[in-house]
Design a protein around this ligand. Structure first.
Ligand code: MSP
Length: 665
């Protein structure tokens, strides 16, 4: 790879609706390893990450927290940046979709697409939940009800702008065919092709009901619906459509968009279609990796099975967590996160294989040679085997990183580490040390071990950026030794080692699991207590309103016989209308099982005729008919209704299987 080759890699921009979890770290750590590796190869790298800050969910979260959406996201974004700092994420740029320059780019993109006819005004059809003021699509409903509050939803229409995704279907299929690299892993490509072939719909790209978003410049009652805003980040961050940066022509098209599999569709259909419409080059590769699963499901805040990366890094060290994420899950597939798997990985690979190799080697150099060993002429077959494996490592790891088989790259490095450990057992330096005649051979053995460790250290730097310098330090080298140019076996002539702390102390598995279980139980108990306290507080907050509203003045006592004189029945509302003459009254025509009767009821303030038509409600049947509205109407009954805490009115409705006319007792 030439000195000046550029490499542009992106993570998804994360929703700052909550603190990020280990699943988000997974994508970001993978990108970081790739970015570091490319830098090590001499590439001019742009590694972009950031946050996707608009939309209804964040608007709601901010409202719940009693702050503005911007105040809300500012707080979370600070924790995101802290997390990336903690995890040694070497991003070059962090974009926030609330940044002025990004909003400017989006508005330009939207306007251009509208002016050239790729965006048009239409009508969005969905379901509307009144109390939540939210639109939902068919698939978002839960049992046909609002996914937020579980209440009934209504069919609704909203004016909206649409992007002509459908127009690009054929060009997208051609793109996949001509660029087999474009969608990866290969297996996911077929899902995208099938999705397009079933008929590609245009994409709704604006909302009038969501206020927290980038205004459509030529029709500001609309805000851009999140994906156009979000996807544009990949070019606005380089300066497309703004003056903030001037790196678009240097870095675009992206070499790699790394995303989770659930958002691959947006990146391989909507995004390239948008770029085709803008007449811009397309990204070279989009990789959809699998999910980190917990208890069988995708980790997610709403399910409550998230793992906090900060807690893990504090307990086991950042590099241990990075290693686990990169090594444990076949890249592209789903993988389970378990405490047992994490601890076993740390113990077997990092403490036993890598840590032991370094500490044994350094200890023997000190013990037998006062710390300094040199290259010694002459090699034995066993040395050549270690040398060949180590020499081939750079090529293998490079190939793995190019094909994004990251765990395989680590396996190759650890194969050399394991081979070196075996080499110690086979050469038995402690036996060689017993005879002065073997001194040159002993030095040669230790030199070979140092060389293997040095080359592995250089390569490991992309994955374990705080461990690699520690390895070099113990080998007596400084940070400048971490350089692929120096990765050739035999390039270092001598070593003066310094014993340091164990790289990864061994963990007592049984004790640790017991500790984690205890912690987990404590956390669960705390969460349960917090939930209870919240419920109590909500109950308390609701109580005074109810109390203050309820009328506790009582009527005179009546006998059971008197009560039996009141004829209560279920009636069905067959018609209902507002009265021209009164704002308060609704005119109901109800069927009591034998006949229709007219009832005038003072509930027009709270109910529309369509709320009642077809419903079954309770009525008093034998109330003497009462002329109303100057005798224009005669009301022949009363319906059951109760005052609500907020001064409204609530009517109990009977289920469909209650017969009309049934007596109420
Ligand atoms: N904001 C959008 C992305 C817009 S990109 C133009 C979004 N954000 S998100 O916060 O929900 O982050 C989604 C990404 O986080 C996934 O695509 C994936 O990369 C990562 N992950 C979130 N949970 C994950 C797991 N449990 N496992 C692995 N990755 C996960 O979608």
């Amino acid at each position: 790879m030439s000195e000046h080759k550029t490499f542009y890699i992106t993570t998804p921009i994360y929703y700052p609706s909550d603190k990020l979890h280990i699943g988000h770290s997974y994508t970001t750590v993978a990108c970081d390893a790739l970015a570091r590796f490319k830098r090590m190869q001499g590439c001019d790298v742009m590694f972009l990450t950031g946050t996707d800050e608009h939309g209804q969910k964040i608007q709601d979260k901010a409202a719940d927290a009693g702050v503005t959406p911007k105040e809300y996201v500012d707080k979370i974004v600070a924790t995101v940046k802290d997390l990336w700092k903690l995890m040694d994420i070497s991003y070059d740029r962090f974009i926030r979709t609330t940044d002025d320059y990004h909003m400017e780019s989006c508005q330009k993109i939207f306007t251009k697409l509208y002016e050239q006819g790729d965006i048009y005004k239409g009508e969005y059809t969905g379901h509307y939940c009144k109390p939540c003021e939210s639109f939902w699509t068919d698939s978002q409903l839960v049992d046909g009800k609002c996914p937020e509050c579980g209440r009934e939803v209504y069919d609704a229409h909203e004016e909206a702008y649409f992007f002509k995704t459908g127009k690009y279907a054929d060009r997208l299929l051609k793109l996949y065919e001509e660029n087999p690299q474009f969608i990866q892993p290969e297996s996911r490509k077929n899902e995208m092709i099938a999705f397009i072939k079933q008929g590609l719909q245009d994409t709704c790209v604006s909302r009038t009901s969501v206020k927290w978003g980038i205004p459509v410049p030529f029709d500001p009652k609309h805000t851009m619906y999140v994906w156009v805003d979000a996807l544009s980040n990949y070019i606005s961050a380089l300066g497309y459509g703004n003056e903030k940066y001037d790196e678009y022509s240097k870095f675009w098209p992206a070499d790699l968009h790394m995303v989770g599999k659930e958002i691959l569709r947006f990146h391989t259909i909507l995004w390239p279609a948008m770029l085709m419409a803008l007449d811009l080059p397309l990204p070279k590769r989009v990789f959809g990796h699998g999910w980190l699963l917990m208890n069988g499901g995708k980790m997610s805040k709403s399910v409550g099975n998230v793992v906090d990366p900060v807690i893990l890094c504090d307990r086991y060290g950042v590099d241990a967590i990075r290693y686990f994420l990169l090594r444990e899950i076949p890249f592209g597939n789903d993988g389970m996160f378990t405490n047992e798997a994490l601890i076993n990985r740390i113990n077997s690979d990092l403490a036993n294989d890598l840590g032991n190799l370094l500490s044994r080697t350094v200890a023997m150099c000190e013990k037998y040679f006062g710390g300094t060993v040199h290259k010694v002429a002459g090699t034995e077959a066993i040395d050549t085997e270690l040398e060949t494996m180590t020499s081939e490592l750079l090529g293998k790891v490079t190939a793995d990183m190019d094909s994004l088989t990251i765990p395989q790259a680590l396996m190759e490095i650890f194969a050399v580490i394991q081979r070196a450990n075996k080499y110690i057992d086979e050469t038995a330096p402690w036996a060689l040390a017993k005879d002065e005649a073997n001194r040159a051979r002993l030095e040669s053995v230790l030199y070979h071990l140092c060389e293997a460790l040095r080359v592995c250290g250089i390569l490991l730097n992309a994955y374990l950026p705080s461990t690699a310098p520690k390895m070099m330090e113990q080998l007596g080298l400084d940070a400048s030794a971490i350089d692929v140019e120096k990765a050739a076996y035999g390039a270092q002539e001598s070593y003066t080692v310094h014993k340091g702390e164990a790289l990864f102390p061994r963990i007592d598995v049984a004790k640790e699991i017991a500790h984690l279980k205890e912690e987990d139980e404590k956390r669960k108990a705390a969460a349960e207590a917090a939930k209870k306290a919240k419920e109590e507080a909500e109950k308390k907050a609701a109580a005074p309103a109810e109390e203050s509203n309820v009328d506790f003045t009582h009527e005179a006592e009546i006998s059971y016989d008197d009560f039996c004189k009141v004829e209560l029945r279920v009636a069905e509302v067959r018609a209902c209308e507002n009265l021209k003459e009164s704002k308060k009254l609704l005119h109901l025509t109800v069927f009591d099982g034998e006949r229709e009767r007219c009832i005038l009821s003072g509930i027009a303030k709270w109910f529309k005729p369509e709320d009642l038509i077809g419903k079954k409600l309770g009525i008093v049947c034998n109330l003497a008919p009462r002329p109303m509205m100057k005798g224009k109407y005669v009301s022949e009954g009363m319906i059951f209704a109760a005052d609500t805490a907020d001064g409204g009115c609530s009517i109990p409705f009977y289920s469909d299987d209650t017969p009309v006319g049934a007596r109420i007792h």
